[in-house]
Design a protein around this ligand. Structure first.
Ligand SMILES: [Zn+2]
Length: 252
């Protein structure tokens, strides 16, 4: 596989996104700021957690190429917990968390895992199939108490945070690689032209990625934000968001 990536922080802020690439895999993560960071019991910032998750995933996917993706993620969460369990209260549900999206090319198959709202797009002969975890988008109540009550539970949604078993609740699977030309891993800051702003289809977004590259997708997104676009999907959105896009080309 060949891959190219772009990641840009919200202007003027630290980047809570991360991406990593191996010869056979790609990963993107989108860290979520704690709702009440002063009270969440963790002395670390969001990038600290995101970078540990990413580093552990890269390590495991590299040394154990056949590891099940959910096992790799569960172990990465467990190792990240171990790195701050002595200093932080990991029983607090508001501990820093992250989405995780993984794509791996293995012989004639593609393995994928999507935990949280970082979309994976699979382009099979020009038809783009989005693989989404929409549980976070489907909550009835986004108040602090309501969100904390359902995080990492079957009633709510799952994130990579302090519960390794959340990995097994990800949207995941294996599909034949034959016919797949390319794929893309996006954080929601890079998917908003489709899902938040509803300005184009997944096919049109993928065409920007393929024809112009991930940097152009992010630049176009920033332009739309600067022009005052508003979300049309009913969810409260930040004016800008960290935006990360990885384009993976599979066809020979
Ligand atoms: Zn901590």
């Amino acid at each position: 596989m060949r891959a190219v990536m772009e990641s840009q922080a919200t202007p003027g802020r630290a980047n809570d996104d991360y991406a990593a690439l191996g010869l056979e895999w790609a990963v993107v993560l989108d860290g979520a700021t704690a709702l009440k960071p002063a009270e969440n019991g963790c002395i670390h910032d969001v990038p600290w957690v995101v970078h540990r998750l990413a580093g552990n995933l890269a390590h495991l996917l590299t040394i154990a190429p056949d590891v099940a993706l959910a096992d790799a993620l569960a172990e990465s969460i467990a190792r990240t917990c171990a790195a701050h369990e002595k200093t932080c209260d990991l029983s607090n549900p508001d501990s820093p968390s992250s989405t995780v999206t993984i794509l791996r090319c293995r012989d004639d198959f593609l393995d994928y895992l999507v935990l949280g709202d970082s979309p994976l797009l699979v382009n099979r002969a020009g038809k783009v199939e989005p693989i989404l975890d929409e549980r976070m988008a489907n909550l009835n109540d986004y108040s602090y108490e309501a969100v904390m009550a359902v995080q990492n539970t079957p009633e709510g949604y799952y994130v990579a945070s302090t519960m390794p078993d959340a990995a097994y609740q990800a949207v995941r699977g294996t599909v034949p690689a034959e016919g797949v030309d390319a794929a893309a891993l996006l954080t929601d800051g890079a998917s908003r032209l489709v899902d938040a702003f509803q300005l184009m289809s997944w096919e049109e977004l993928f065409r920007i990625l393929s024809d112009e590259g991930p940097a152009s997708l992010v630049a176009r997104t920033r332009k739309v934000e600067a022009d005052g676009a508003t979300a049309n999907d009913g969810r409260k959105r930040k004016h800008h968001d960290d935006a990360t896009a990885v384009l993976v080309e599979l066809a020979p």
